[in-house]
Design a protein around this ligand. Structure first.
Ligand code: FMN
Ligand code: MN
Length: 461
């Protein structure tokens, strides 16, 4: 039996209250889940949040599964307190290199088939779908991955897309034109075929992290991440394999020649986006689920959206930089288009070069700040200190206009002019001290005393 959402929740609960909290009150699906998530974040807390009761539905809900790097690590079976990031990358590298064909299991072995709503019985209102942010156009299924077959080869694809609720049995499906899902839709349209889909809501964190793989067959990568083949079962009304251990599967068909619009929707960069977005429309033909299914929500206005793909993004940037800069210490891909790099600079200009590689490698690194290895790049405060005490602005800023940028960057400037894009200006901030001459000494507390003095013993309780 594959590890599932329940196994993940149990594992993080056992790591202590820092990683898992349970809500005690019923919550309204309008905004309240997001408020809880954001109030916790405002206190620096980013646990998985389990909500046993969402008004109007009998299903419990879980959110913030990707709220922190620790949670991503736990999802890969790594203890982030016992392992360094580089050790966690080693585990992830092994998972990324592994491919496992999925295996079919009998329907009796597939908990996702315990409850079935088919045809007329389909009713999305059964699910605790959330209206997340004030100006969102409505309720969105935000954390599911959508399976569809490549029409020419029959190979299944998966990706996470947002789905606005458009009726009892209707969902939007907003796929960016450059994603595989959109290529599949356009090819189906050329062939005059409907596009069958299955939207999977609720599975182990490893399966979801693998669903964001690029240039791979996601099902095979899910097997790699799990360390065993993904167990699948036939869809009820669509000719697609669906994960047997999922919580909920929403099946349906898209007429790829018909576009609707969705939005506004609170997006990953902290904005609602300008104007409506073209989207496909899913006619829902079935919902299957566990008898006691848990609904998985993701707050796209929270840092968890940025972090969901961040572990593998950070690892691949680390590997690429490390190959060229052996004195690289760490990389922090913290979302919102920013990346921090620390290294021990050996020759002048090496920091700038590392910054250039960072912004050239990753669309999501619009700005790279490069600091020395004595700066903690997981502390915004230390990075700001380094910028203000080590950067000479007229020498240390590299500005590169007209570079391919990230989707939904609100100041990208090419989309409107040419219809292609987005294009942006990349920036490297070299906040390293000069290598060729002695630099002022950084003040650090005495290391022996630091270890020796136990604060609690010195303060009035
Ligand atoms: C939380 C989250 C929400 C996302 N929402 C969308 C979306 O609405 N539309 C989209 O095209 N991509 C979205 N993405 C990005 C895609 O899931 C990602 O690029 C994926 O690899 C695409 O898969 P595909 O190329 O196989 O279609 C989202 C990613 C995350 C982590
Ligand atoms: Mn794909």
């Amino acid at each position: 039996m594959n590890p599932n959402l329940r196994d993940f929740l149990r594992a993080v609960r056992e790591t202590g209250p820092g990683n898992y909290v349970e809500v005690t009150q019923p919550l309204d699906p309008y905004l309240e889940v997001s408020i809880i998530q954001h109030k916790l974040a405002a206190e620096g807390r980013n646990p998985v949040i389990y909500c046993p009761e969402i008004k109007g539905s009998s299903l419990p809900l879980v959110t913030n599964m990707f709220g922190s790097f620790d949670l991503l690590a736990w999802g890969l079976g790594c203890d982030p307190h016992a392992m360094t990031r580089v050790e966690i990358y080693d585990v992830l590298r092994g998972k990324l290199a592994r491919r496992e064909d999925p295996v079919w299991v009998a329907e009796e072995k597939a908990p996702v088939k315990e409850r079935k709503l088919v045809g007329e019985a389909v009713d999305l209102d059964v699910l605790p779908i959330i209206h997340n942010s004030r100006l969102d156009a409505g309720k969105y299924v935000s954390a599911g991955f959508t399976i569809a077959r490549w029409p020419d080869t029959g190979v299944p694809n998966a990706g996470i897309y947002r789905h606005m609720v458009m009726g009892r049995n209707r969902l939007g499906c907003m796929i960016n034109p450059g994603n595989d899902g959109a290529y599949i839709a356009r090819r189906c349209a050329e062939l005059g075929k409907p596009m069958e889909i299955a939207l999977v809501v609720g599975h182990h964190s490893a399966v979801l992290q693998a669903s964001l793989g690029k240039g791979v067959v996601e099902f095979d990568l899910m097997g790699g991440y799990l360390g065993e083949p993904l167990e699948v079962v036939k869809g009820e009304t669509v000719d697609l394999p669906v994960p047997a251990e999922a919580e909920i599967v929403i099946e349906g068909t898209i007429d790829p020649t018909v576009m609707a619009t969705d939005g506004p929707y609170a997006e990953y960069l902290g904005y609602y986006g300008v104007g409506d977005k073209p989207c496909y429309v899913i006619d829902v033909t079935a919902i299957t689920m566990r008898r006691d299914a848990i609904y998985h929500h993701l707050d796209s206005a929270h840092v968890e959206h940025n972090l969901a793909p961040a572990m593998s993004a950070e690892m691949s940037l680390y590997d690429r930089l490390r190959a060229q800069f052996p004195t690289l210490k760490a990389v922090n891909v913290m979302g919102w288009l920013g990346t921090y790099v620390s290294l021990r600079q050996r020759v002048p200009g090496e920091g700038k070069q590392a910054g250039l590689v960072a912004v050239a490698t990753d669309n999501y690194a619009k700005t790279a700040v490069v600091v020395d290895d004595d700066v903690d790049i997981y502390s915004e405060r230390e990075v700001t200190w380094a910028i203000n005490t080590r950067m000479v602005a007229d020498e240390d800023l590299l500005v590169m206009p007209g570079v391919k940028g990230a989707h939904l960057d609100p100041v990208s400037y090419n989309e409107a002019r040419t219809g292609r894009g987005p294009m942006t200006t990349h920036l490297v901030i070299d906040a390293t001290r000069p290598v060729e001459k002695e630099f002022e000494k950084k003040i650090e507390p005495d290391p022996d005393l630091w270890r020796k003095i136990d604060l609690e013993a010195y303060l009035k309780p």
